[in-house]
Design a protein around this ligand. Structure first.
Ligand code: CDP
Length: 230
C-alpha cells in the first residue's frame, strides 16, 4: 500500500454490521469506503449468470469471469458492477450468499480481490471492510477493528434489513443456523489481527458503534473534530 494513505480496516463475521458501519465511518471522516465482500459476491454472481454449474466450479472457471466484474466509484464508495452494470441487489441474492464462501476459499480468487481492493484504495484514504483486511490485505492499516456480535442478534438484524419488519422467532432461529454455518465455512479467513480492537456490538446501537470507531480513528489520526451531523 502507499504508506501515506490512511487505511481503516473493519473485519468481522457474517452480518456483524461491517459494511454499514464502514460506510457510516467513511461518511463521518470524509473518506472512501471499499466493501471487499461485494467483490467476492459480484464474482460469484457473474459465475452464476454464466451457467447452471451451481457452485461446482474450479478456481480457473471462476477466475474466467473476473474480467466481467469491477468497482465503479460512486458517492463515497464504489458500486459493484457485473457485465458493466450495477449489481448491488443481485449480489445480495440468497443464491449468491449460498455459493460465495466456496468462491472466496479459492486462493486465486482471494489474490484477485485483494488486488482490486488495493487498487481502489490506492489514491484515497479509505475504510475497508471484510474478513482479512487487517491481516492479509492491509496488515499495516492505521486502525484495525474486529466487530463481533451474538449470532442470534446478527441474524435478527440481517432479517430486519431484508424483510423490513420484525422477524418471528422461527425465522431468526433459521437465519442464525445459516449464519453459523457460513461462519464455519469462512472461519480460516476470519481471524482478528493481533493488533485489532475487538468491538462487541450485541448491545450497541448502530450509532454507538459508529461513534466508537470514529473516536478510535481520531485517536490514531489526530484529525480535528468533525462538524457533520452524522
Ligand atoms: O454477508 P456479509 O456482510 O457477512 O458478508 P460480505 O462481507 O458481503 O461477504 C460475503 C462473503 O465473501 C463472505 O461470506 C466470505 O465468504 C467472503 N469474504 C471473504 O472471504 N473475505 C473478505 N475480506 C470479504 C468477504
Amino acid at each position: 500500500m502507499s504508506a501515506r494513505r490512511l487505511v481503516i480496516a473493519i473485519d468481522g463475521p457474517a452480518a456483524s454490521g461491517k459494511s454499514s458501519t464502514a460506510k457510516w465511518v467513511a461518511d463521518r471522516l470524509g473518506i472512501r469506503h471499499v466493501d471487499s465482500g461485494a467483490l467476492y459476491r459480484a464474482l460469484t454472481a457473474a459465475a452464476l449468470r454464466a451457467g447452471p454449474a451451481g457452485g461446482d466450479w474450479s478456481e480457473a472457471e471462476v477466475l474466467r469471469h473476473a474480467g466481467r466484474v469491477g468497482l465503479r466509484p460512486e458517492g463515497r464508495g464504489f458500486a459493484p458492477l457485473v457485465d458493466g452494470a450495477p449489481a448491488a441487489e443481485e449480489i445480495r441474492a440468497v443464491e449468491v450468499t449460498r455459493h460465495v464462501s466456496t468462491v472466496a476459499a479459492m486462493p486465486g480468487v482471494r489474490a484477485w480481490v485483494n488486488a482490486q481492493v488495493r487498487a481502489a484504495a490506492d489514491e484515497h484514504d479509505v475504510v475497508v471492510d471484510g474478513r482479512d483486511i487487517g491481516t492479509a490485505v492491509f496488515p499495516d492499516a492505521a486502525l484495525k477493528v474486529f466487530l463481533v456480535a451474538d449470532p442470534w442478534e446478527r441474524a435478527r438484524r440481517r432479517l430486519i434489513q431484508r424483510l423490513e419488519r420484525t422477524p418471528t422467532e422461527a425465522e431468526v432461529a433459521e437465519e442464525t443456523d445459516r449464519l453459523v454455518q457460513r461462519d464455519a465455512r469462512d472461519a480460516t479467513q476470519t481471524v482478528p489481527a493481533r493488533d485489532a480492537v475487538v468491538v462487541d456490538t450485541t448491545y450497541l446501537t448502530q450509532e454507538d458503534q459508529v461513534e466508537r470507531i470514529v473516536a478510535l480513528a481520531r485517536a490514531v489520526t489526530h484529525r480535528p473534530g468533525d462538524t457533520s451531523a452524522g
